[in-house]
Design a protein. Structure first.
Length: 468
């Protein structure tokens, strides 16, 4: 299967996954309110933080070593993960009263179960990705969202509130784990010291890199919960989730090219790796930039119509976060290339700078500027990390950027924004129908403008030919 077609399949699965997320997101925020939804977000944030600490970077090491065909990796990595997991669970069990107070709901015991099941599900996902079956891993994520949406809506409708959503989350991870097990083709092997040493050597740097991803996703949220409370967490999460939907193509590209980069590096085919970067970088931002312009033009209306007046305060943070997502798009591609060429140490250096900046800036800015401060702090820290990743990668390979295509993406986005702004004067975005009409109009204008150059049209035609 060609790389382009794999990207499309993974991206299509991501589209379906995020569509399910949007349905759930709108329903959950409206049904639970900003305070209840904020409690759920803090619960999810603690699960992810615990998974990161307990994982010790083993997941990324397992994906890398499986992709290289090393034996005895799966069970060895699983055994290595058990020790820190038991320690984390013990600490949380001791601090349960404080955990419940922080979340705002008595769900501490469910947190322990959620950490165990989600840790196993994530381990299976990286194992499947390591065997170059990224479309199956993406389908697993889709399954998890579908189960979460259906069971979550049912339980909330039955009156279980935040607890119902927590239970639905745990069930979704459990069902996905069982499904992924049926698609695991890697040799389980036996735990060995050689495999353990190989995993630890890679994981000690990947742990720092994993910290970057986890802290990028959750530092601002957890700090907001500490200083501002659950209601503000719920409002900020609206801006965070909306902006996050725009990165699905970048993440699909990054996950798809990793096995190819890893295999090419093992065969010393650096030219193959360099040839992947120009189109991958352009593809990473082809959705993010126009979405950012759209957030600037109709972001407030989108939040008010979709989520309610209670969440309108998220409009300005949304625009700031969209700027940060552009750097995330670059990182999703270049970071996977850096890992693929076995340079976790360089990635760890960049992530270390990000961790320090992200924590310090969020603590200071959230107290001074509230939700806007969280958006500025996180976006600034991530831009710094992305720049450092590009710098370290450029010391190993030549990074070629198709500046003409990037310029066309920016030009088409600005043109789309101007067109939507003009149309908004004629058709105010005051209802779901009028807002949807404006969005469809904007998408159409953007597609016409971005496909205007002959080179872009040829790429689209080639891609369509491979799909059909």
């Amino acid at each position: 299967m060609s790389l382009r077609r794999t990207v499309v399949q993974v991206f299509s699965s991501q589209i379906a996954t995020n569509f399910a997320s949007i349905i759930a997101f709108v329903y959950f925020t409206r049904a639970l309110g900003s305070n209840g939804y904020g409690s759920y977000v803090l619960f999810l944030g603690l699960v992810n933080l615990a998974n990161f600490v307990a994982g010790l970077g083993i997941g990324g090491a397992v994906k890398k070593r499986i992709s290289e065909g090393e034996p005895d990796v799966f069970l060895t990595g699983l055994c290595l993960s058990l020790i820190p997991l038991v320690i984390i669970l013990s600490i949380i069990a001791i601090l349960l009263p404080y955990v419940n107070s922080y979340i705002g709901v008595q769900v501490g015991h469910y947190l322990l179960l959620a950490i165990v099941i989600s840790q196993f599900e994530k381990y299976l996902i990286v194992s499947v990705e390591g065997q170059a079956d990224v479309d199956t891993a993406a389908s697993g994520r889709l399954l998890q969202r579908i189960v979460l949406v259906t069971s979550g809506i049912c339980l909330i409708y039955m009156g279980f509130g935040v607890l119902g959503l927590v239970v639905a989350l745990i069930v979704s991870w459990g069902v996905t784990s069982l499904w992924l097990l049926t698609h695991l083709s890697v040799d389980l092997g036996w735990p060995t010291m050689n495999a353990a040493y190989s995993l630890v050597e890679y994981a000690k740097f990947n742990f720092v890199a994993d910290a970057g991803g986890r802290l990028y996703n959750w530092t601002d949220t957890l700090v907001i919960g500490l200083f501002l409370g659950q209601s503000f967490v719920g409002i900020y999460e609206v801006a965070w989730r909306i902006s996050g939907f725009t990165t699905i193509l970048a993440k699909s590209i990054g996950k798809t090219i990793f096995p190819t980069v890893s295999e090419s590096h093992a065969r010393d085919k650096m030219n193959t790796i360099e040839s992947l970067i120009p189109n991958a970088v352009t593809g990473a931002i082809v959705l993010i930039v126009p979405a950012g312009v759209g957030a600037l033009v109709v972001g407030q209306e989108l939040i008010q119509v979709g989520f309610g007046t209670e969440y309108v305060a998220a409009a300005t943070p949304l625009v700031i976060l969209m700027c940060g997502r552009i750097f995330e798009g670059f990182k999703d591609v270049l970071g996977e290339v850096l890992f693929g060429i076995d340079r976790p140490k360089d990635n760890a250096k960049a992530v270390f700078v990000f961790i320090i900046l992200n924590i310090l800036l969020n603590i200071v800015f959230v107290q001074e500027f509230g939700l806007l401060g969280a958006a500025i702090a996180t976006s600034t820290a991530f831009a710094s990390m992305s720049a450092l990743i590009a710098y370290y990668l450029s010391k190993v390979i030549t990074i070629k950027i198709d500046w003409w295509q990037l310029l066309m993406v920016c030009f088409a986005s600005v043109g789309m924004g101007a067109a939507v702004l003009g149309m908004k004067q004629i058709v105010p975005a005051e209802s779901v129908v009028s807002l949807a009409a404006l969005i469809v109009f904007g998408v159409a204008v953007y597609l016409v403008l971005v496909a205007a150059p002959k080179q872009t049209r040829q790429t689209i035609q080639e891609l369509a030919g491979e799909i059909l």
